[in-house]
Design a protein around this ligand. Structure first.
Ligand code: GLC
Length: 486
């Protein structure tokens, strides 16, 4: 059914192509691109961090100040990612800093004020730019106050009255909890009983404000939408998600196959496709290049890769206790990531002890991420929880079988070999224990060593998967229309 195109403002704290720290940025680039290709008028708003390359060369569209007290000045610059316009909202005192959110693992103490300001400015700029979207699409806690302000500040304002809001939940463990004092920059919080945002008499949670005020809410996978309605899965916000259950849906993220295609990936020394000979030559060449680059012996042994933020979420605590047992096998393991110092220290220590089998690279490096995806035979994602996860999807595209814990988007995207050998695309385990992880890895290694033909068939299954953004974009468009009708 053809419907009129919508105009949409997509508000996020990071966008790949300009500045990125994690999966949110991938989505904030790819989803707007897909919506644009589907004929929608979509524009993005992000903070004008000084870390964005060449930002100071971008044209200035607007010099203004917040209309609500305290009239904070801001500047909007015109950037772009692909074909999509990006409004970068600058304010020196908030965003001219070395990092986006934290330095030395320490969050900026005024993050509440910074993202309250950004959320307010993203709406304040609209009439001044002459852009009146039908939909304002917020993402995670950083922009949770956008749906809140639309309701609380602008409901009776003619310009904003018919705008509807969506919030996407990429990770509910981060809630944006601040004291009323921290967010005094918004006059709405001078009163201490703002129930949609309040989590106590003294504190608010920006994610809660977004979830309670948005017209529609989506989680980044169907299983995560279900998990959010539980205490454990929502990290203590079950009541809010249950209350909004009728407006909550799950839409699985897609994959940007332009960036993640082993046949065209310029980061790879050898390109390949799913055809048997090409696949085996490609993976062999990539494995050897990675072994050379990171100093592992050049051996034809199964290689396991892991690229992630080093946080509890990613299941490193399941992996650490079994590393010794795992490394008794003829395997190589490569872990790339940065994050919690204690996890990095543990991995560094183990890598020192087993240097012929385990390499830990404490870095965030896109080239290496691509090479590890291509060179590995298996990709490890034993997450405690995973709203969607993208690396398992990239892995499949590269014929690298994901080994995942069956939660959230991992559950929705990987078919376990023991569950359904015919359609399998990887391996999954459920129990949140190290032992269960070790068992599933051993299961995977057994297939690799004993049934090479069957292994290739599963690789080809994985490579034939198509998690395209075009389909996800259609689901978002349907959700936008529901919001407008509601
Ligand atoms: C967050 C989640 C991850 C998800 C990504 C994009 O980083 O932890 O599971 O894939 O957002 O939605």
């Amino acid at each position: 059914m053809a419907t009129n195109p919508l105009s949409i403002l997509f508000v996020a704290s990071e966008v790949d192509g300009l500045i990125k720290s994690g999966g949110l940025a991938d989505v904030a680039k790819a989803l707007p691109q897909a919506l644009h290709s589907a004929g929608q008028d979509i524009r993005i708003a992000i903070p004008g961090y000084s870390g964005i390359e060449h930002l100071s060369d971008a044209p200035i569209l607007l010099e203004s100040q917040l209309e609500s007290w305290p009239h904070t000045p801001y500047r909007v610059r015109q950037c772009a990612v692909g074909d999509v316009s990006v409004y970068a909202i600058e304010n020196e005192s908030y965003f001219a800093r070395p990092a986006m959110y934290a330095e030395n693992n320490q969050a900026y103490s005024d993050n509440g004020e910074r993202f309250a300001f950004f959320s307010a400015a993203a709406l304040d700029m609209l009439p001044k730019l002459g852009f009146q979207p039908n939909i304002v699409h917020a993402n995670d806690w950083h922009t949770g106050l956008v749906p809140f302000l639309l309701k609380y500040r602008y409901q009776r304002n003619d310009f904003y009255r018919f705008m509807r809001s969506i919030i996407s939940v990429h990770n509910a463990v981060f809630k944006g909890v601040f004291s009323y004092e921290d967010v005094r920059c918004l006059p709405e919080f001078h009163s201490h009983d703002i129930w949609p945002a309040a989590i106590s008499h003294s504190h608010i949670a920006m994610l809660k404000a977004g979830v309670m005020c948005a017209d529609k809410i989506n989680a980044v996978s169907p299983s995560y939408a279900e998990e959010l309605k539980t205490e454990l899965g929502s990290h203590g916000m079950a009541w809010e998600f249950q209350t909004r259950a009728n407006d909550l849906v799950g839409i699985l993220n897609g994959c940007d196959y332009q960036a993640w295609n082993p046949e065209t990936d310029t980061y790879l020394p050898v390109n390949y496709n799913a055809e048997r000979e090409s696949l085996s030559a490609g993976k062999r060449g990539c494995k050897q290049a990675l072994q050379e680059q990171i100093g592992l012996p050049i051996l034809d042994v199964p290689m396991l890769g892991m690229v992630c933020r080093l946080t509890q979420q990613k299941g490193i605590y399941y992996l650490l206790p079994i590393l010794k047992d795992l490394l008794k096998h003829q395997v190589q393991l490569v872990i790339v990531g940065t994050g919690e110092p204690i996890l990095a220290e543990n991995l560094r220590e183990m890598a020192g002890r087993y240097s012929d089998k385990l390499v830990f690279i404490e870095a965030y490096n896109n080239q290496l991420a691509h090479l590890v995806e291509a060179a590995s035979d298996f990709f490890l994602m034993p997450s405690e929880f995973e709203p969607c996860g993208l690396n398992q999807i990239y892995s499949m595209a590269y014929g690298t079988l994901p080994i995942v814990r069956s939660v959230g988007g991992l559950k929705d995207s990987v078919i376990d070999y023991d569950d359904d050998a015919h359609s399998a695309t990887g391996f999954a385990f459920s129990e949140p224990t190290s032992q269960a992880l070790l068992l599933v890895i051993q299961r995977a290694l057994l297939l690799y060593c004993q049934s090479p033909n069957e292994f290739v068939r599963i690789q080809q299954n994985a490579m034939a998967q198509d998690f395209c953004w075009t389909d996800a974009a259609q689901q978002y468009i349907a959700l936008y229309h529901q919001a407008l009708e509601g």
